[in-house]
Write a protein that binds this ligand. Structure first.
Ligand SMILES: Cc1cc2nc3c(=O)[nH]c(=O)nc-3n(C[C@H](O)[C@H](O)[C@H](O)COP(=O)(O)O)c2cc1C
Length: 48
């Protein structure tokens, strides 16, 4: 899935990066994840 995000970002002229180290509970709050879901991987996408 990450590879596809990278490929799509490049095709749109955007940049992305994989992030595996973050504060899980803070990310859960920010994106509003329910208790039974865990964040595994972050991929911010934006203009390079
Ligand atoms: C599974 C995975 C998790 C990663 N997690 C982090 C991370 O938490 N923090 C970080 O600085 N880089 C992390 N990286 C590395 C970055 O994705 C990236 O490869 C690195 O920052 C070098 O980027 P650059 O080649 O554009 O300079 C991770 C890479 C992988 C494959």
């Amino acid at each position: 899935m990450s590879q596809n995000v990278y490929l799509q970002a490049v095709s749109l002229g955007l940049g992305t990066v994989t992030i595996g180290a973050f504060y899980d509970e803070d990310v859960k709050k920010v994106v509003g994840l329910p208790d039974n879901e865990q964040p595994l991987y972050l991929m911010p996408v934006g203009k390079p």
